[in-house]
Design a protein around this ligand. Structure first.
Ligand code: PNS
Length: 159
């Protein structure tokens, strides 16, 4: 496959996301990591901050490009000429949401497939939301996010 899009809020990017990016990068010519500008949920970090964190976390990964998108995902995927959407699938709890999203996107555009990749079991149990809560309460998040994200979160919480 030549081009695929890995979309998400990345609020913030975690080792789970990075694991999916690395796996997808071995299968796809160009992987566009697409940071959604206005996700349905309110974000802790601005789009610029989220992009900058993803950029730092993926520096040196040849074939990976970072972009930002607004509006419908399928429209963005068509605009950039990608053939598929990549999503990470962790536990059963992800399934319902991902299933709904994949089939809705297929209904909107039948030509775009969603491909699910499973991250390593070492990062299959945590989420960005959980990491934000730990950081807010002053806990150590270094097992879940790269050092640059740790620093950014410490600054955010004035620690
Ligand atoms: O990391 P997330 O928050 O699970 O990512 C969700 C995302 C950005 C992939 C999803 O909210 C999305 O695609 N938003 C763009 C708007 C859209 O196309 N909505 C219809 C998809 S069902």
């Amino acid at each position: 496959m030549q081009v695929a899009v890995y979309p998400g809020s990345f609020d913030p990017v975690t080792y789970g996301h990075i694991d999916v990016i690395r796996r997808a990068n071995t299968l796809i010519g160009t992987l566009l990591v697409a940071v959604v500008e206005q996700p349905p949920k309110e974000t802790m970090f601005s789009a610029e901050e989220r992009i900058s964190m993803v950029r730092k976390a993926t520096a040196g990964l040849k074939g990976v490009k970072i972009d930002v998108f607004q509006g419908l995902l399928v429209e963005y995927v068509l605009k950039v000429g990608a053939q598929a959407i990549i999503r990470g699938l962790r536990a059963l709890t992800d399934f319902e949401y991902e299933f709904q999203m994949a089939l809705t996107n297929r209904k909107l555009c039948d030509r775009i497939e969603t491909i699910f990749l499973m991250p390593s079991e070492t990062c299959s149990y945590f989420s960005s939301s959980m990491i934000k809560e730990i950081a807010r309460l002053g806990g150590d998040i270094s097992a879940f996010v790269p050092p640059s994200v740790c620093e950014k979160m410490k600054k955010k919480f004035g620690k």
